[in-house]
Design a protein around this ligand. Structure first.
Ligand SMILES: Cc1cc2nc3c(=O)[nH]c(=O)nc-3n(C[C@H](O)[C@H](O)[C@H](O)COP(=O)(O)OP(=O)(O)OC[C@H]3O[C@@H](n4cnc5c(N)ncnc54)[C@H](O)[C@@H]3O)c2cc1C
Length: 423
């Protein structure tokens, strides 16, 4: 009898775990259960459309799917179609890799105005996530403020500031491309509570800001002389590189670029202004007091029509799954006997695909060490019966491959695919 394993979520953490189980266990059946019709989590719906090289990681996941003991079961949501309790009764190992897709709130006045979006929603919109395709964000007439100093903030700036030609080879969805081309946004603001030396973005993303054909970056309120002070030598190196890149950006000629990226350091949002729609953003200058960011009391306003917060995400829990604030409650990845967790739902929205790969593989190895041998649980047959009884029609990997071919065939000129976004 084989080990019956359910992996919930088909992002990188789910697929790397599946690969580890398949390589290390002699006899197994793995069901990768996904709420969407499509696999690959944030690789499809988060990673920027002009970063196709990063998205190529899905080729590794495709290899895992060539294994006949691994099934992809899309369009099945745990908590809606099957309960957490039922999963535990059906499978020997339940491996949770459900990510973190809920936008964190800014917690300031005006957050409910039209024109305020979280980055999960906004990025989901331009990347064709079915939850967000109808977002129809307010873009213009004035600028866009993006709160946060990480890679997601830079992605959003790039996607909004690049011309159609610069998006050549991307898979930016047509509904987003049309909406972006209809606007003529001249000013983008990236707002960070801290300084350039502490910014969370990585050098490669920062570097791309210097290569935008129509958008000139301007660094505000930071003289770029502060030396980074990180505990981790790798972080220290990255931060030093960031500073070098930013100094390069600051000395760039403006040329005839008609758009401006205002990189506003040492400022925090305190209110979003407007009656019904966003008309501006009030910021307070900040400084460090005993190593902590504090407002100085000095405020200023910027004129924007859109505010996008890119300040992190929480995990959406379900039924009686134990939660610890914004993550799944766990003890070094163990949720309870036979249930494990990895990726963004384990530790929050930090880490790239490679860092999650390492963690997820290690977690799967621990699950294998703890595994007590096969049981008489109903496993995949039990799941199939439950789904049939409930009238749920799952999407398998062959269905997905047909959909993918369709998407490739529908691609507009200069685009690699046209995502199907309505199911
Ligand atoms: C905007 C953005 C850009 C990024 N760009 C990069 C980049 O360029 N390079 C890089 O290395 N990293 C990038 N990352 C980080 C990377 O995407 C994450 O490290 C990685 O996707 C985390 O993997 P995960 O499997 O934990 O979660 P996810 O990728 O979010 O996968 C979770 C999956 O679980 C599914 N799910 C959730 N709830 C349920 C449920 N109840 N039932 C069934 N299924 C469920 C979701 O639909 C999803 O498919 C980016 C992240 C974001 C947000």
């Amino acid at each position: 009898m084989s080990a019956k394993i359910a992996i919930i979520g088909s992002g990188p953490s789910g697929f790397y775990a599946a690969d580890t189980f398949a390589k290390k266990l002699p006899d197994y059946h793995i069901d990768i259960i996904e709420r969407l019709h499509t696999p690959f989590g944030l690789v499809r719906a988060g990673v920027a459309p002009d970063h196709q090289g990063t998205k190529n990681v899905t080729r590794q996941f495709e290899r895992t799917m060539q294994n006949e003991n691994v099934r992809f079961i899309g369009n099945v949501e745990i908590g809606r179609d099957v309960s957490y309790g039922e999963l535990k009764e059906l499978y020997d190992i339940v491996f949770l890799a459900i990510g973190a897709a809920k936008d964190r709130k800014l917690g300031i006045a005006g957050e409910d105005l039209k024109g305020v979006y979280g980055s999960a929603a906004f990025v989901g919109w331009y990347n064709g996530h079915p939850d967000w395709v109808e977002l129809s964000p307010q873009l213009g007439p004035d600028g866009v403020a993006i709160i946060g100093n990480g890679n997601v903030a830079i992605d959003i700036v790039r996607v909004l500031a690049k011309s159609s030609e610069e998006m050549e080879g991307s898979d930016l969805c047509v509904h987003a491309e049309d909406a972006i081309r209809r606007t003529n946004i001249k000013d983008f603001y990236m707002i960070g509570r801290r300084g350039a030396a502490q910014a969370a973005f990585t050098p490669s993303e920062a570097n791309e800001l210097g290569h935008l054909a129509h958008c000139h970056p301007v660094i505000l309120n930071d003289d770029l002389t502060q030396a980074p002070a990180e505990d981790d030598p790798k972080d220290q190196k990255n931060k030093e590189k960031n500073m070098e890149i930013l100094r390069g950006l600051a000395s760039q000629e403006r040329a005839d670029k008609e758009k401006t990226l205002h990189m506003q350091f040492w400022a925090k949002p305190i209110a979003i202004l407007g009656e019904t729609n966003v008309e501006g953003l009030r910021l307070e200058r900040t400084t460090l007091v005993d190593g902590r960011v504090k407002g100085t009391g000095e405020t200023f306003d910027i004129k924007v029509s859109t505010v996008i917060s890119a300040i992190g995400y929480d995990t959406n829990g379900f039924d009686d799954l134990p939660m610890d604030g914004s993550i799944v409650k766990n003890n070094d990845g163990l949720v309870e006997e036979g249930v494990y967790v990895a990726g963004w739902c384990k530790h929050g929205p930090q880490g790239t695909i490679p860092t999650n790969r390492k963690e997820s593989m290690e977690m799967a190895k621990i699950a294998i060490e703890n595994y007590n041998g096969p049981s008489d649980k109903a496993g995949p047959n039990g799941l199939d019966k439950l789904l049939t009884d409930r009238g749920v029609t799952p999407v398998d990997f062959e269905n997905w491959k047909r959909l993918e071919t369709d998407e490739n065939n529908r691609a507009r000129e200069g685009r690699v695919r046209e995502k199907i976004v309505h199911f």
